[in-house]
Design a protein around this ligand. Structure first.
Ligand code: LLP
Length: 438
């Protein structure tokens, strides 16, 4: 991927840095992010939209990987930013991300989060439901502000990895239902609310999607709704947000399209459909997360123990696991791996990679082909840039790894490895218990 290659010593090299040297300097487990590849992915989205001639915003879905240095990259590349919590919002603001390019998502924004976002003057709220709509209007009124919103609708298109299915769609915790009239009612209501400016609608059909059909179907649904709202309520949407979900290649057999193909399918289907209804072409927003950072990340681990159960399998244990990558345990996600210190060695065995947590489900990869593995080898697991650090935990009180950005042979720590104090720093021993001095 990206700037990764194998150097003359047979070591994996990422962003011009020898992975084994990174390990000596920074330890394992270690998240290594290829900065040039992140920037390239940002540009692929922007360039594809520019080519379409439509007005657009590409908002990076920060839930995939939200740290201050990442917010800086997103800002520099001219993208907007999607946040879903006060923590993500705070990170973006601390990084100096321009508030007007921040979009706030989520199905249960608290009054505190809403107030914080209004005070920061963020660009747009993606309103998920009626309760939020009225809460937002009330808080905005108190603050004498008018806020921009999109309505999140459930388009009845649910995309899965290899297929999309039309659902009855009432069964989602997110958004206003299109078919039962609640989205329409919300538009009627918002037109009466003086502290809210409706810009348009938002639809997100799923994640790790390979085909374009789901997005095209969502556009179909959205234009139908937009036309009804125009014809019956006289209101025109100026923004359509089609969410994220563009797939990436984790393992052989995953068949994502190039970023430009998704964008093209969306912009083409917008042009055709909105023309058909003689509707002014809206601004198109999207929210890619995984496809911006997923393939830029590699996790480096040190191999510790291993055991062979003859005729069954060889378990190879690394110094991380579900704490730094919960995706295999949560979703049965699959990954590929190599030995970073012996990347040219011939494949000799099929092993299964176990984490170090006290849990049988803590397996990172079942059946991966590797050279003969032993203690001290450096295992590199690819495509761990999205939803790994952001979903990491301290289960078993394991400290979260450091995150490095590598580029042109330089490595910078963007998140420090957690310390023991990070582990116990928030613990308090009640005064009625015996106090121990250290
Ligand atoms: N917009 C909305 C409203 C979303 O809910 C999501 C993801 C995105 C954008 C970004 O989707 P992406 O482009 O990254 O697929 N933890 C899971 C993924 C959860 C995605 C949730 N929403 C995983 O590790 O696969």
């Amino acid at each position: 991927h990206g700037t990764s290659k194998i150097n003359d010593e047979g070591h994996l090299q990422i962003g011009g840095c020898d992975a084994t040297e990174l390990v000596q300097q920074f330890g394992t487990p270690l998240y290594v992010m290829d900065e040039a590849l992140i920037r390239q992915r940002c540009r692929e989205f922007v360039d594809a939209f520019r080519a379409s001639g439509l007005k657009f915003q590409v908002a990076y879905a920060s839930k995939a990987f939200c740290v201050m240095a990442m917010c800086r990259i997103v800002e520099e590349e001219g993208l907007s930013l999607d946040v879903v919590s006060d923590g993500e919002l705070y990170t973006a603001l601390q990084a100096g991300f321009p508030a007007e390019r921040i979009h706030f998502h989520g199905n249960n924004k608290t009054p505190y989060e809403i107030a914080m976002a209004i005070d920061a003057q963020i660009g747009c709220f993606v309103v998920d439901n009626r309760v939020e709509l009225h809460m937002l209007n009330a808080i905005a009124a108190e603050k004498r502000q008018k806020v921009n919103v999109l309505f999140r609708i459930t388009p009845g298109v649910e995309a899965h990895t290899h297929e999309y299915i039309s659902t009855g769609q009432n069964d989602s915790k997110f958004g206003f239902d299109l078919d039962n009239g609640s989205a329409y009612q919300a538009v009627q209501e918002v037109l009466q609310l003086s502290n809210i400016q409706l810009l348009g609608v938002h639809s997100h059909i799923g994640s790790q999607i390979f085909e374009v059909e789901g997005f095209q179907l969502a556009v179909d649904k959205v234009i139908g709704f937009a036309a009804k709202v125009r014809d019956e309520l006289g209101f025109i949407f100026s923004v359509i947000n089609l969410g994220g979900g563009f797939g990436i290649r984790y393992v052989e057999g995953d068949t994502p399209l190039p970023v430009a193909s998704y964008v093209q399918a969306i912009t083409e289907s917008i042009k055709t459909n909105f023309n058909k209804y003689d509707y002014p072409t809206p601004e198109i927003w999207i929210e890619p997360g995984r496809s911006i950072v997923g393939d830029s990340g590699t996790t480096l681990y040190t191999v510790g123990t291993y055991k062979d159960i003859p005729g069954i399998r060889k378990y190879v244990a690394v110094d991380g696991g579900m704490t730094d990558n919960p995706r295999p345990a949560l979703y049965d996600s699959r990954y590929e791996a190599t030995l970073a210190n012996r990347a040219n060695d011939p494949i000799e065995e099929v092993v299964s990679i176990a984490g170090k947590c006290c849990e049988s489900g803590d397996m990172l990869i079942w059946d991966v082909e590797l050279p003969k593995v032993s203690t001290g080898d450096i295992l590199a697991v690819a495509c761990t840039g999205a939803y790994n650090y952001s979903m990491a935990s301290n289960y078993n009180r394991i400290r979260r790894p450091a995150v490095l950005f590598v580029k042109d042979g330089e490595a910078d720590i963007v998140v420090k490895r957690e310390s023991y104090n990070d582990i116990v720093g928030n613990d308090l021993v009640p005064s009625r218990m015996k106090q121990v001095s250290k």
